[in-house]
Ligand binder design. Structure first.
Ligand SMILES: [Zn+2]
Length: 220
């Protein structure tokens, strides 16, 4: 009997960079060359299983360029409405995280664990639970560099800004993201919630008035 090589599984597991679908409701995604079910799922904050189930295909289904997939929001797919749901999403898309520095704590995001100052992370987690319980809205950073940044990452963002390709960014050594006390929120709805309940957790809008997405922790 010929040995069966799990090519489909290997291909489906290779995560590629895929642009996230617009937030709000399920959208139709046209598969691009090189994309995989797991890559599309990860880019949209979904587990591969959830995206597969939503489309009625197996988790190791090989997507074909040009085919259409329906991409639900994590909430529609039954993910992200509870702490365990989002934690499962993070676990599926990243290896177990190790904090870049011992004074950091982790917070869940669609891109896996991100980091903040340990006090800021604990306060964020409490605020996030309250948001989920009260509003049914998850709170998470807009991208992998939207919470704690190393000075190297800040430097790269500053260079991008200077080149005209990136959003405004402070030079390394001058961003509260390097202190792990700021988050760039993913949606204006999240900002509304931080405005309403953040003060109870030390989170609020304390700096960068021209950036609605940038909120900070004022200390515990
Ligand atoms: Zn920011």
């Amino acid at each position: 009997m010929q040995a069966r090589i799990p090519i489909a599984v290997a291909a489906a597991s290779a995560a590629l960079a895929v642009a996230p679908a617009a937030a709000g409701a399920a959208v139709t995604h046209t598969v691009q060359p090189g994309e995989t079910l797991s890559g599309i799922a990860a880019a949209n904050g979904l587990t591969t299983d959830a995206l597969a189930a939503w489309n009625g295909v197996a988790s190791d289904h090989l997507v074909i360029a040009g085919a259409s997939l329906s991409v639900p929001t994590p909430e529609e797919a039954g993910l992200g409405t509870t702490a365990t749901g989002t934690a499962a999403t993070g676990a599926a898309t990243t290896a177990p995280g190790t904090a870049p520095a011992p004074w950091l704590g982790s917070i869940p995001s669609p891109w896996g664990d991100l980091y903040l100052d340990a006090g800021a992370a604990a306060a964020w987690s409490s605020m996030r639970q309250a948001s989920l319980a009260t509003y049914g809205v998850d709170l998470y950073p807009a991208g992998p560099l939207s919470a704690y940044r190393t000075s190297g990452q800040q430097g790269e963002m500053y260079e991008l800004y200077l080149s005209g390709a990136g959003a405004p960014a402070n030079p390394p050594g001058y961003s509260s993201h390097e202190l792990g006390v700021s988050v760039d929120l993913a949606t204006p709805a999240m900002r509304d919630i931080v405005d309403q309940i953040g003060w109870q957790y030390g989170w609020g809008k304390f700096e960068a008035p021209e950036e609605w997405w940038h909120v900070s922790w004022g200390g515990g």
